[in-house]
Design a protein around this ligand. Structure first.
Ligand SMILES: Cc1cc2nc3c(=O)[nH]c(=O)nc-3n(C[C@H](O)[C@H](O)[C@H](O)COP(=O)(O)O)c2cc1C
Length: 290
């Protein structure tokens, strides 16, 4: 059994995402401790440019679960939607007669994105400490405009991620990670040799081979052709046939986060960001030049 210096370190070392929840409500006092831990997180300039939408209504959770294509979302007693929120600060600036351009500045967007995730992660850790489990749902980004309408988000409030919270049905098993030696570089970036790099990933995904099926082969071939041409597609297929399985890199970028589809979404996401009231990709025009 691993010995830990304290409970916090044990908690962090043994954490894992939870996708199976007991049908058990989270008591109000437990929820309060967790949320209080969240809003105490570090935030650029102590501005707190985020909001958290707490959803407990079954109908709403069900709708989100359906939109996300992940049924367990509805089983979690609480869904938290973490949003960047410049609306509250804009109103504050207005009431205080202060100049405000935060929604037009990428810098503010970038920092507020970090603030939002840091708060979310504080909440995850606090939830773990209270015996709960959680899982982030990033796929909400595929239906941001629907969420905007459902949650009545004003301009300047944009969802980032959803977090399912609840009591775990079964004991959580931590997943393998790349080691600290791989992830942490001493003083400067130190690239691994090809052998060390492949060994590190093989260790992470050891015993987890993905079966070759005709459909998977066809998809990977098509994706490879689109991204890097016929020659590369043949090379990839030959490699799969020779090794007798689909590797995790091939699965991630050939089947799951499909390499030829991902960049096609950029334009749509930029439009969505603009719909939410952010326009930092447009040139800022001072009033006197307009
Ligand atoms: C930003 C983000 C988005 C995620 N989105 C999803 C998701 O949509 N569905 C899901 O089941 N898990 C999601 N996860 C959880 C990851 O799959 C999980 O963290 C990863 O597989 C590592 O497992 P672990 O958290 O148990 O260590 C997400 C995690 C993060 C940080």
């Amino acid at each position: 059994m691993t010995k830990y210096p304290n409970q916090t370190i044990k908690l962090l070392h043994e954490r894992a995402s939870c996708r199976s929840f007991l049908d058990k409500k989270i008591p109000a006092d437990v929820m309060r401790y967790i949320l209080e831990a969240g809003i105490r997180a570090a935030t650029g300039g102590n501005l707190q440019p985020y909001s958290i939408i707490k959803i407990v209504k079954q109908a709403t959770k069900k709708r989100i679960a359906k939109l996300a294509g992940q049924g367990f979302i509805a089983d979690a007693p609480v869904n938290l939607i973490f949003c960047i929120d410049w609306h509250r600060l804009e109103r504050w600036a207005k009431l205080e007669t202060a100049p405000f351009t935060a929604k037009s500045a990428f810098r503010h967007f970038w920092i507020s994105f970090q603030d939002t995730m840091i708060t979310a992660q504080n909440i995850c850790t606090a939830a773990d400490a209270m015996g709960l489990g959680s899982v982030y749902i990033g796929t909400v980004m595929e239906f941001f405009p629907t969420l905007k309408r459902m949650l009545k988000l004003p301009k300047g409030v944009m969802p980032v991620v959803l977090l399912c919270l609840g009591y775990p049905k079964t004991k959580l098993v931590p997943r393998k990670k790349l080691s600290v030696d791989v992830m942490v570089h001493k003083e400067k970036y130190q690239d691994l040799t090809d052998k060390k790099l492949i060994d590190a990933f093989n260790k992470k995904y050891t015993g987890m081979k993905i079966e070759v099926t005709p459909e998977r082969l066809k998809t990977i071939e098509r994706v490879c052709q689109d991204v890097a041409g016929e020659k590369f597609a043949k090379k990839c297929l030959d490699k799969i046939k020779k090794q007798g399985y689909i590797s995790w890199a091939q699965r991630y970028f050939g089947l799951h986060y499909v390499a030829n589809e991902m960049p096609k979404k950029n334009e749509r996401f930029l439009k969505v960001i603009e719909q939410f009231g952010f326009n930092w990709f447009k040139k800022f025009q001072p009033v006197k030049n307009k």
